[in-house]
Design a protein around this ligand. Structure first.
Ligand SMILES: [Mg+2]
Length: 167
């Protein structure tokens, strides 16, 4: 089983919550915020790092929740909007898996190996990711340096450092 590098979308790579009146749109079952959300990180740089890692044997995975209490039709539209967003903003990344799942689905369900990494803006998701390591989005580029592969190979050392600074 390959080590997975997993990403949340909303609030992690897509600035859904930065869209004006995002909640009103969602309550009205309008997908606009998912369509127009701006990137939260430099996606061209991220794509290069990810593609290099994938070439070295890591799996790239999206684990993203649908809207809370979304009706079936709206969930389908949100799924399409999220897939479109990924295609538009990270066109060079060929994801190994894209899990767009019901709101509240435990993300650790998708954690398969002790080395799997999750990037997620929600702390409860990071805490629940109990097999591997989970990080806030602000840490993406701290971790995705040129030598990410080396970082993963040296995970135990990094774990110690990480706990010291509160993650
Ligand atoms: Mg999120």
């Amino acid at each position: 089983m390959k080590t997975q590098i997993c990403f949340d979308m909303d609030g992690t790579i897509a600035d859904l919550y930065g869209v004006e009146n995002w909640l009103a749109y969602l309550l009205a079952e309008d997908t606009t915020p998912y369509d127009v959300a701006r990137p939260l990180v430099k996606l061209n740089v991220l794509a290069r790092r990810l593609n290099r890692l994938q070439a070295r044997g890591y799996d790239l995975v999206i684990v993203s929740w649908l809207c809370r209490d979304g009706a079936e039709q709206y969930n389908a539209e949100v799924t399409t909007a999220k897939l479109n967003w990924l295609n538009r903003h990270l066109p060079s990344v060929k994801w190994n898996a894209i899990h767009i799942v019901e709101y509240g689905t435990p993300k650790q369900t998708f954690c398969k190996t002790p080395a799997d990494v999750l990037f997620d803006d929600e702390e409860p998701n990071r805490i629940a990711w109990n097999k591997g390591d989970a990080y806030a989005p602000e840490k993406i580029f701290e971790i995705f340096k040129e030598n990410l592969t080396r970082y993963i190979e040296h995970r135990p050392l990094m774990n110690v450092v990480d706990r010291k600074i509160g993650y």
